[in-house]
Design a protein around this ligand. Sequence first.
Ligand code: C2E
Ligand code: CA
Ligand code: CA
Length: 722
Amino acid sequence: MENRLNDRSGLILIVDDTPTNLSLLAQVLGDAGFEVAIATSGERAIEQVKRERPDLILLDIMMPGIGGLETCRRLKADPCFNTLPVIFMTALADVEHKVKALELGAVDYITKPFRESEVVDRVAIHLELCKTRLALAQSEKRTETVLNSLREVVWSAYLDPFEIVYLNPSVEAIYGLSPQALIDRPEQWIERIVEEDTPSVKAYLCGTPNPNASDCESFELEYRVIGLHGKAHWLQCHAKIQREASSGRFRVDGVLYDNTARKLAEQKLVYAAQKDSLTDLANRAFFIDKLNQALKAVQSSQSAKVALLFIDLDRFKNVNDSLGHSIGDELLVQVSHRLLKAVRPTDLVARLGGDEFTILIENIYKEEHVLTICDRIQDLLSQPLSVDGYTFTLTASIGVVLSADLYRCADDMLRDADIAMYEAKRQGKACYQLFSRQMYDQVAYKLSLENELRLALKKAELFLVYQPILDLETEKLSGFEALMRWHHPELGMVSPGEFIPLAEEAGLINNIGEFALEEACHQMSQWIEAYPEAAALTMNINVSSHQLETESFPRLVDKTLRKTHLNARNIKLEVTETSLIKNTQVSWENLRKLKEKHIRISLDDFGTGYSSLSYLIKFPVDTLKIDRSFVSTMKSNHSSLEVVRAVITLARTLGMVVVAEGVEDVDQALAIRGLGCDLVQGYLFSKPLSVEQAAEYIQQSRSSILSVGSVSHTYQLVAGRA
Ligand code: C2E
Ligand code: CA
Ligand code: CA
């Protein structure tokens, strides 16, 4: 019913067929400050209610036409007026009608004849009651609107037994059930909770509350609920348990926050912090964390060990370089699947980056067990993999470290596994190596040597020696090859075979190479100045592939020649076959620039790489240097002899000069000469010489090779007899 109670003291409709009653009541109520309307029959009264919307009706029971009771019944049947307070007026003894009236929904009755004050009081009381009820309804409505608009779930329930009494509609978004459905079957409130989270919730909601507990206990819980479509919701519950004064029962009122979105975001972050995004395997940080935990655990164990496998795919770089990163990535993903297949689910497989993987295996009692896993990995990797129409068969080099209680931290163990992996690579790939102390010592030695090598240049511990190269036909000195030496203060003479690769690895080769270039040119220039015949000699200088790949290298050669006043025809650069095979754009461009400056190129160690005719034609070098390994085995190995023969024929055809290096005995020298080789170099003629010795050699070679040392002499004699 629309009500105007708030605006005024109240409009009272008096319904009576007796005019004196009407006027009397109107008078009394009007005097008391109420507005008054009157009707003389039930029919009129209904019309007037619709028109004037009174706040209260005083209704006579006995009237002609539809009586008071029927009038009341009709009004109460209309939803617009069913809350309109009706007070009946009836004779003193009319008990039956009074009962009937109250049954029909009347709020009160007044007995005739009236006492004026009683009429006024009752009307005032019921108007007030009506006002209060209305205010209450409005407040309830407001509360309901607020509760309905919340995203949080507000709930209220009795405990022991658990009985939900209120839920706002937002519960439906979580449970997929209406508030009423949950109120009807409250057990679902608990049943939907994820099993492992149930005990904590039950502890509060399903037990018998402690009657001695304080009257009001707050609690906070976090738990998961499985929603309608099986989706888990993370709920944060804040609630308060209190004993209800009126019923004496314990009631819990609470709010549930749905934290699912935040939890998922958090999980994603944790996931990202632990996982390798490409393969979904554990990442380095997570792996190290787990390895540290495993090492801690193994310290208290008597017999169990922890194994660490460090796996590096062989030649994976080639895939990336030639087929692109997306194929490389896909290949890594497939490799990760195979690695997972090779181990138990409890073993931890990680990708450290690139093509490096690690596996942590705990509870190892027998070394063989780990080695079986290595075999299984090799086996699984060697089965063909196909990506984008390409088929790959992979191998890996695996470093293995076993720890009982030797290792205190993951980094040390990882370092040693890495060392063992490198050893496996060195052993020719596709194999595994168990880490040993010896390997560590070797690496440590290499490292310290590397550090000392950095200082060697400054400390003038590096110098050059010069090995003569002779012309087989004229039997005269043709030139020298400059060879580097390192005089180490403690170790003595360190072989370039040892320190040159080290310098390349450590990025020192450009500095060292620059020193060799300048020193050799300078020396040659001095000899030419001192001995006129030296002007026809050639200084062969070794050039590392790293130098050749450096864009500024031709300029450096140019600058050095100018600085040392040496003619380009007095030097020849020795580049290895393997450095040409690398075939980088820069090295080819550099070779072209050097040729433009008339600098000759000698292909060193020829025959040891993948000799390909096509690049010899593409880039005609001046000299082929037959590798020592062919020369030394020529006698015992027929195919070596054939290689030497073929190289010489090839050089002839392409107009190149051939040098045989490492000639150690007369037979080799004779055979080489027989095959038509141009130049020789080897211990048979001379070992590498110091500056002074080499100067002497130049002077002595003035006349003829016959006079050059006893070894050559022998050669001449033998050659003469042949
Ligand atoms: P390489 O360029 O093939 O040099 C020839 C090596 O064979 C030299 O060893 C030389 O002493 C040795 N040799 C010469 N004749 C004989 C012989 O009859 N029998 C035997 N067994 N060996 C002989 P070395 O001086 O120890 O040099 C080793 C390697 O170190 C060189 O091989 C070269 O690759 C590298 N190297 C030396 N000096 C330099 C340099 O200044 N720069 C660069 N980049 N590499 C250098
Ligand atoms: Ca050489
Ligand atoms: Ca060589």
